[in-house]
Design a protein around this ligand. Structure first.
Ligand code: SF4
Length: 431
């Protein structure tokens, strides 16, 4: 059961400047022609992790960075599929298995796979080859034809269209099946929600019943999960999980329907937290992320705080801010008058002070969704190295970017000029 899946440099302004005013609500979820909501275990777990992250990924369709561990897992899964995808024995030899892995591994560059450098990629390549050799030798002579491989199905239930993809299904007779899920990470953890989802959907799936009849001639009233098996390829260990009780599945399904209701109700309020924000690719777009800490962390007032001192400091702070706002307004007014009178000059002088005038272009993209649409259409999100204003502007002048893409980006860009005055007391060199 596989997942398919950019990091932006800290401190750079986002596409809409540092504040990135992304609305946390809005955006219709994908429904099919019958009005069913597309759903899956990975969608549900992402929503439960952070609804806004779900929105960025599934509603706004902003691609995440490629993840090397997914690329690695995908190539191992591909090799396993190759090994078992025979109509009848003999099974492929070890060299063919390794060649299948090598071929799939070579389809993408190390960057496309999500590696930071080619050395880590090479390391994982060797690790994968070793893993598959060990697997092959461990099971050699005992390979069994599976019932189904990479079985993908969409089942309609309770207003949802739920998709599952099972790595391998083995048939045990009497309508009973064992679901096998290959795991390639460091360790294996029981994922109850995944187990429940697969059990519920497999047992409701009419196509699975038909496939049993087609393949084994068994006319069964329904398919029943006997067991789920996580196979940890790095250690060759099997983890067996028995069929869940109906009560467990019932409780889980209430949870699924609750998440689906929230998605239909366009509830995308973020749930920032250290764990989920740390690994989130949407930090730069997210107004709720701040340096690894949530804006939502409430201020902690010290019980011992001196109430009188607090009042005095807060009032002083407010008074100073008021004065600063007044002064800033005056500074902006005088600055605008100097720039108007400068007529392109690089510097102007008074009796006591002199100013150096810096001029720069400022780009703005007001329609965020349209720009994201262009980046996705031309597959430029990775090239932009993040949804930052600077990188999008660079794309517009990059001859390596197709002209139609640059033209479309320019359509959404608005150019203005910004001025900065560097001031110094007269008598010394200008900054
Ligand atoms: S940065 Fe945190 S709050 Fe923002 S979308 Fe990601 S996980 Fe959610």
């Amino acid at each position: 059961m596989r997942k398919s899946v950019k990091k932006e440099s800290a401190g750079e302004p986002g596409l809409f400047g540092a504040a990135l005013p992304v609305k946390p609500a809005g955006g219709e979820p994908k429904k099919n022609s019958k009005g069913l909501l597309s759903f899956s275990y990975s969608k549900m777990s992402l929503y439960e992790e952070c609804p806004l992250k779900y929105k960025f990924k599934y509603i706004d369709k902003i691609k995440e960075e490629p993840k090397y561990y997914f690329a690695f897992g995908n190539s191992i899964h591909h090799a396993m599929e190759f090994l078992y995808a025979v109509k009848a024995p003999p099974f492929p030899g070890i060299d063919d298995l390794l060649e299948a892995f090598k071929k799939d591994w070579g389809l993408k560059s190390y960057l496309e796979k999500g590696y930071k450098d080619p050395f880590r990629e090479e390391e994982d390549y060797r690790k994968g080859m070793e893993m598959l050799k060990n697997y092959y030798r461990h099971h050699e002579g005992k390979f069994k034809l599976p019932f189904l491989l990479e079985y993908s199905t969409d089942v309609e239930v309770d207003g949802l269209l739920v998709r599952i993809i099972a790595d391998k299904i083995e048939y045990q007779g009497n309508g009973e099946i064992i679901l096998v899920d290959y795991k390639t990470g460091k360790d294996v953890k029981r994922q109850p929600a995944q187990l429940y989802m697969y059990q519920k959907i497999c047992e409701l799936d009419p196509r699975l019943r038909e496939r049993v009849q087609e393949t084994y001639g068994d006319r069964v009233a329904g398919v029943r999960i006997k067991q789920m098996l996580y196979y940890h390829v790095p250690t060759l260990k099997e983890y067996h999980f028995d069929r869940a009780e109906d009560a467990e599945i019932g409780g889980f399904w209430e949870r699924v329907l609750g998440v689906a209701d929230n998605i239909r109700g366009l509830k995308y309020d973020p749930t920032p937290g250290e764990r989920q924000c740390l690994w989130c690719d949407y930090k730069k777009l997210c107004p709720h992320y701040y340096g690894g800490r949530s804006h939502c962390v409430p201020p902690v007032a010290s019980a011992a705080a001196d109430a009188g001192l607090v009042e005095e400091l807060v009032d002083r702070y407010g008074h100073l801010r008021e004065k600063m706002d007044e002064l800033n307004a005056q500074i902006e007014d005088v600055k605008a008058k100097i720039i108007n009178l400068s007529e392109g000059a690089e510097g102007m002088a008074g009796k006591k002070y002199a100013v150096n005038i810096h001029r720069a272009e400022k780009w703005e993209f007001r329609d965020r969704s349209a720009v994201i649409g262009v980046l996705n259409e031309f597959d430029l999100y990775q090239k932009a190295l993040g949804l930052t204003l600077k990188n999008i502007v660079l794309l517009m002048d990059d001859p390596a970017v197709p002209e139609p893409a640059r033209k479309k980006l320019r359509l959404h860009a608005e150019k203005s000029h910004i001025f900065d005055l560097h001031v110094k007391k007269s008598g010394g060199p200008l900054p």
